[in-house]
Write a protein that binds this ligand. Sequence first.
Ligand code: F6P
Length: 360
Amino acid sequence: MRELLACNLYTIIILPYVLAYTQFIQRDTGVFLAMAQIKNIGLYTSGGDAPGMNAAIRAVVRTALYYDIEVTGILRGYHGMIRGEFMPMERKSVSNIVQRGGTILKTARSDQFRTSEGRKKAYEQLKASNIDALIGIGGNGTFAGARAFGDEYPDIPVLGLPGTIDNDLAGTDFTIGYDTAINTVVNAVDKIRDTAESHDRLFIVEVMGRDSGLIALRTGIAAGAECILIPENKDGMASLFDRLENGRKDKTSRIVIAAEGDDAGGAFEIGRLVTEKFPHYDTRVSILGHIQRGGKPTCMDRVLASRVGVAAVEALRDGRKGEMVGVIHNEIAYTPFEQSIKHNAEINANFLKIVEILSL
Ligand code: F6P
């Protein structure tokens, strides 16, 4: 009888306190957040847009609905978060977008969100709209913001999806948009090759990548470039000069691919230096620019976006936060924001060697 009474006492009086305390710990650390049910995910795209972002938006919305979670679209990234530019998203809001470039949620870069006052305003807007978790799609800047916000407001878990054409995030083999962008570049350079070949010209083609040469590196191999100039390799200009000086003289066209962030100072400056030193080459410059960010996402980008979109919603339900959801060796991988944004400046040196060998 006494045991029965003690048991009832425990159930009625002590157990609710134990549960409440556990919830508190869970909310605070995020480790077991799964028990604190996510009801409304705020979804945003931020920084430079990338083809496949729409496929990721679709994946997040549809997966959330599948698990009975609401989704609120946040327009223009952090800029809109601070201003409360929110819209409810339904199944139909993401119909017919899997094949579209750009982002239906629009995007922006926000200086205000870099300040704690800006992030406080954003937090208040989210709370006022009952948003209790966030998924942000973007690159370095997006995750730096997400990290700062997550540190200050741990009660709103944030996860990130890698969306940038630059492919410069640690924690995923490829970012959403990279495959489409490099295919756009290769198609454009193939066209440039036609005219270069017809006129016996040398073309300096500038591709995107302010801090990263990964677009230049792959497209240079695929388009049969003579030489590749990237920010990660400081010998680019010297090897180009060496190539033009000592390389085969019977070539009828030459393509040099330069990343916009290369130390030489951009394609026009490279073109000027080449013309100065080698006036007998008929040199032209072509800057591909923002066409690299647009267009229909490739199958690879749509599949990557769909996989990480589904995984992110499931990860929030599992209590994960403060991480980017990527794919490494074909498996879903979670990487803390602070690691994902460490720009991986290590370039596969073998890729540069491949260019040298194949452009013989
Ligand atoms: O980060 C993606 C990217 O396309 C970079 O490759 C490029 O340097 C930058 O964005 C250009 O940004 P914006 O569109 O603001 O000029």
